[in-house]
Design a protein around this ligand. Structure first.
Ligand SMILES: *Cc1c(COP(=O)(O)O)cnc(C)c1O
Length: 302
């Protein structure tokens, strides 16, 4: 039994009317730890467990760390998550609830990650948040589930941080023979590392990140994410933080689901019918995210 669950696929009447296309939502927000990350992370943790690892280490204060903590608890493995001081109280609380050992170190993710590497003993497994083939293969299962329902979308909308979700979904599309289904890859303007890589023709390191969508905050995408844009039709779209936040409020209103701005970014594209013109059926990966509270989303909206 995998650690993730099969998630519902629902047609959204209100979002379809706005988008001008039939909008289908893959509800990854309903994974037990709140995001799609459990698909790939769970698979990676199971592989390391089978190879004899007994301790998992993560340097993500976000949904990847939560997925490692959840997977470790399910597998009976010790978990250490190293996070920087900037990690929100809510995220720390969620990690503690999963019984992870929380180490707060440094003022940036880079510092926390460097410290995490020093904690790795022989036989311990480090779980990267997005740059690992084990993760991509696990994320691909969400496309298999959609294919099994008989629905073939004309386009897939998803958010991009470091590009693990993109890499997994493209793998899933290809292994189901859906080479002709384009991916609309959405980032917020302050975290547009895929957009920059596609423009430059190689991955680039953004000088800084400035977006409330912290789960999209990878300064450089995985090489595999850029490779996906060469092997599969991928169109890059940018939205503002405000558009992403409004899309979160709207999803809560329409479907009673609270997601992070990182997920709101993908949903925000539905407010732009011109971006979806020609696609009769649009599949949106509602990637979720557990670390944003409603109060925080409202205060960001101002
Ligand atoms: C991790 C995450 C993303 C981005 O995924 P990548 O694999 O880093 O591109 C988007 N939304 C949420 C909620 C996430 O947790």
């Amino acid at each position: 039994m995998p650690l993730h669950i099969q998630t519902p696929l629902i047609e959204s009447r209100p979002l379809s009317l706005t988008a001008g296309s039939a909008v289908w939502l893959k509800l990854e927000a309903l994974q037990p730890c709140g995001s799609f990350k459990l698909r790939g992370v769970g698979q990676a943790c199971e592989v390391h467990h089978a190879r004899g690892a007994r301790h998992l280490v993560s340097s993500s204060g976000g949904n990847a760390g939560l997925a490692v903590a959840y997977a470790g608890r399910q597998l009976g493995m010790a978990v250490t998550v190293v996070v920087p001081q900037t990690t929100s109280e809510r995220a720390r609380e969620l990690l503690r609830l999963e019984d992870a050992k929380l180490v707060v170190h440094g003022s940036s993710w880079q510092e926390a990650n460097a410290h995490a590497q020093t904690l790795l003993g022989p036989g311990d497994a480090f779980i990267h948040p997005f740059d690992d083939p084990l993760l991509w293969a696990g994320h691909a299962s969400m496309v298999d589930e959609v294919a099994a329902t008989g629905l073939k979308p004309d386009a897939v909308v998803l958010s991009v941080g470091g590009g693990g979700l993109l890499s997994g979904v493209v793998q899933g599309l290809q292994r189901n023979g859906w080479h002709d289904v384009p991916v609309l890859a959405v980032e917020t303007e302050g975290a547009a590392s895929l957009h920059a890589a596609m423009a430059a023709g190689h991955t680039v390191e953004l000088p800084s990140l400035s977006s409330v969508a912290t789960s999209l905050g990878a300064k450089r995408v995985a090489e595999q994410a850029l490779a996906c844009t060469r092997e599969h039709p991928v169109h890059s779209h940018l939205v503002s933080d405000r558009e992403a936040l409004l899309a979160c409020e709207r999803l809560l209103h329409d479907h009673r689901l609270l997601v992070e701005p990182a997920c709101g970014a993908a949903l925000a594209l539905l407010e732009r019918p011109e971006a979806l013109a020609g696609y009769g059926r649009v599949l949106v990966i509602v990637c979720g995210g557990a670390t944003a509270t409603l109060g925080q989303i409202r205060s960001w909206l101002g």
